[in-house]
Ligand binder design. Structure first.
Ligand SMILES: Cc1cc2nc3c(=O)[nH]c(=O)nc-3n(C[C@H](O)[C@H](O)[C@H](O)COP(=O)(O)O)c2cc1C
Length: 346
């Protein structure tokens, strides 16, 4: 797919998720079939540029291009500066977050809280686009502020007038947080009115759902967040289904064992072993959720602090699982989309 001047492998996007879509995860998703992965949001507060967390978030060493970096904030001048700062450091696409309901973001009136202030939206978008004339700027929004104010079509118009090159839209309002189901009528209406590419997002958890959303909305691509947690191979499953109409068989346990162990090494290398072990716990939990015997395993795994022990128990869990099943088999508890309320509020 051609997207804002780049040639992508396909039209499947990894949604930006703070605390999840770090460089190791983005790289893994791209390796396993994603066309583009948007980085975690990077603050537009320049006082934090030097912090280890912000620097790590902006680390793209070895990442498959194009590199898309998300910025968030409500001050047009600061957002412009943040865009320039990231473009100077390797971002090839700047994505603006007006889609995230997280408290930390919304309290300072950024993320999806901005959607109710259209004049300010226009100022921010124009300032960012003008700050990085050689870098395409994309925007991520929700359908609106609340059910009575689904102003996504009007934000689309502002975005197009400001020079935004593509729009990702999550089929919920800001007030819905993650409740209810994402609706795609508003996304379809936005797509029908759009001259720029529109990417549909929200609750896409299977190849069939991806196909249905593409058909219903006419969107140019789909963006997947929570369903990729612990299942980064979902992108190749969707890619295959869209291309052939056939579903891939579930992956071999031995393949996922190898993928997870490699993911762990990448996390230890990226974060250092102490933080790496902590970040890895979350991913290991997602990978194993719904697999037989995994509850007891997670309980044990969460108590271990060393790289050596963590690696060893993961290896052992999958070795034992492989003796029972050649391919991954989930029980139904692995199906629902996780929302970690604490994480979202962080
Ligand atoms: C843990 C988590 C962190 C998120 N962080 C961001 C973020 O930093 N920026 C953003 O635009 N959206 C963020 N989102 C929203 C997702 O990008 C996406 O729009 C939402 O999860 C709906 O897609 P899904 O149903 O495929 O998960 C986050 C979502 C989750 C679950």
């Amino acid at each position: 797919m051609e997207f804002v001047g780049f040639n992508l492998r396909n039209n499947l996007f990894v949604a930006p998720m703070a605390g999840v879509t770090d460089r190791p995860f983005r790289q893994l998703c791209k390796k396993l079939g994603a066309g583009l992965a948007v980085s975690e949001m990077v603050t537009s507060n320049s006082l934090l540029y030097g912090s280890a967390k912000t620097q790590r978030r902006a680390n793209h060493d070895g990442e498959v291009s194009p590199i898309s970096v998300q910025i968030a904030g409500a001050d047009p001048a600061m957002m412009a500066e943040a865009a320039k700062h990231n473009a100077d450091r390797g971002a090839q696409i700047i994505d603006i977050n007006m889609g995230c309901p997280a408290k930390k973001v919304c309290n300072v009136m950024a993320g999806s809280a901005l959607l109710q202030h259209e004049t300010l939206v226009a100022k921010i978008l124009t300032a960012v686009v003008n700050a990085v004339p050689d870098t395409p700027v994309t925007l991520k929004i929700r359908t609106g502020w609340n059910i009575e104010n689904k102003n996504a079509p009007s934000i689309l118009r502002i975005a197009e007038e400001s020079g935004i090159r593509a729009l990702a839209i999550h089929g919920r309002t800001r007030c819905q947080q993650y409740r209810g189901e994402a609706e795609f009528d508003t996304v379809a209406a936005v797509k029908a009115a759009a001259r720029i590419p529109v990417i549909a997002n929200g609750d896409i958890s299977t190849p069939e759902k991806a196909k249905a959303v593409l058909e219903k909305t006419g969107a140019d691509g789909v963006m997947i967040g929570r369903a990729a947690q612990g299942r980064p191979w979902i992108f190749r499953e969707i890619e295959h289904y869209l291309a052939t109409g056939e579903k891939l068989p579930p992956p071999a346990v031995s393949e996922i064992q190898a993928i997870l162990l490699e993911h762990l090494e990448d996390l230890y290398g990226f974060y250092g072993t102490e933080t790496g072990v902590r970040v890895a716990r979350k991913h290991i939990s997602w990978y194993t959720k719904g697999l037989s015997g995994s509850a007891a395993f997670r309980h044990q795994m969460n108590r271990l602090d060393s790289v050596t022990e963590q690696r060893a128990v993961v290896d052992e869990f999958f070795r034992a699982l492989a003796q029972r099943h050649a391919h991954l088999v989930y029980d139904s508890s692995g199906d629902h989309l996780p929302v970690d309320a604490e994480e979202l509020a962080a």
